[in-house]
Ligand binder design. Structure first.
Ligand SMILES: [Zn+2]
Length: 227
């Protein structure tokens, strides 16, 4: 599977280019395929776990997405060519959750609904917050979710006039008051604590699942049907 196919499916790179904050934040990032010998280390690891059987691996320029590993549709894991992960397992088992989300959107929607998350349209959000959101390739096709029928987490550039890729805060748009809160609501922290990536339920569960021992696709399907 190629990056050209991925782009035809999600238009992620062109959407970044056409958005003010997202293009400025990526002005020093090159989204280009790259390759070095470390790919064989990753491939070797993936070959030992059946969950990666149908996954394509692509190395990217070290600056692509600021060097963050990510996924593209339908089944591509993208890793910066500069990476040599001390925790390869954790990284790859995080990314493969995103591939599973891509390919099982209904299963994930039902699972998340059982955890009080519902996908919402962007029309529920004021433009001033939409314009400040950092695009995330792993959540790009289903970007907005409401928790407990009230709060929508948003990855917002801290300075929208001079947005920097790594300078974001997770804002919580309260759909009842119309106010953007700067800290997570208590109903969220009670359940999830201080999850590293509270910006989106896909990320929250990828972070939770990366901690499990190396799992299979069957494990994920059982995990998601446990509601
Ligand atoms: Zn992720």
């Amino acid at each position: 599977m190629s990056l050209e196919t991925a782009e035809s499916l999600d238009n992620f790179v062109s959407s970044c280019t056409n958005d003010y904050c997202n293009s400025v934040a990526r002005r020093k990032c090159l989204y280009l395929q790259d390759r070095n010998t470390y790919i064989s280390v990753i491939e070797e690891f993936m070959s030992k776990h059946s969950i990666f059987d149908n996954i394509s691996l692509v190395q990217l320029h070290p600056s692509a997405e600021n060097g963050y590993p990510h996924t593209r549709p339908p089944n591509i894991i993208c890793i910066p060519s500069s990476a040599s992960f001390p925790e390869l397992k954790r990284t790859l088992f995080h990314e493969v959750v995103h591939i599973h989300q891509r390919n099982n959107p209904d299963l994930w929607a039902s699972f998340l609904q059982s955890k009080d998350w519902v996908e919402v349209q962007k029309s529920e959000l004021p433009d001033r917050w939409l314009e400040r959101c950092r695009y995330n390739p792993d959540t790009f096709l289903h970007p907005f979710w409401k928790y407990k029928n009230r709060y929508i987490p948003l990855p917002l550039f801290i300075n929208p006039h001079m947005p920097l890729f790594h300078e974001i805060e997770v804002g919580w748009y309260d759909t009842v008051t119309g106010i953007l809160e700067h800290s997570a609501p208590e109903v969220f922290t009670k359940k999830y604590g201080t999850n590293r990536q509270s910006e989106h339920p896909y990320e929250i569960y990828a972070v939770l699942l990366e901690e499990y021992p190396a799992y299979t696709e069957e494990f994920l399907n059982v995990y998601l049907s446990n509601r």
